[in-house]
Design a protein around this ligand. Sequence first.
Ligand SMILES: [Zn+2]
Length: 130
Amino acid sequence: MLNQRQFDFRTAMNPPKKGNPMDVHCTTCGEPWDVYHLRHDAIFETDLTHAEAKAWTELSPALRLNPRYRDKFKAAGYEFGGSIMNVLRCPGCPKGAKPDPDQAAMKAGIVEILGDDEDGIAAIFEDQGL
Ligand SMILES: [Zn+2]
């Protein structure tokens, strides 16, 4: 679980850098993923129609990870934790590789605290090299 020190870190931080590319890393293979790609482009790698994929980008963070979309992402090689910012597995993962348990727990804790605040999650992940 996250302790108070980690939570204070966020409030002490400047607001997330808008417009700057931010990367988060796959928990399994460490591959960096551009936050913009995860939010806007990865969905088009699934077999959803273009219209469906476009509609997905407008959904709330919770709806974007409903079971139907999780299945679609999984088929395309992506698995997410509680947020689209939390990449547990990606198309670059070696077959059979497992997520790093410590990193997975750390990331899950951060997502739990920040909830729908994707910018905040991405900023902390990037800062922590997660
Ligand atoms: Zn990966």
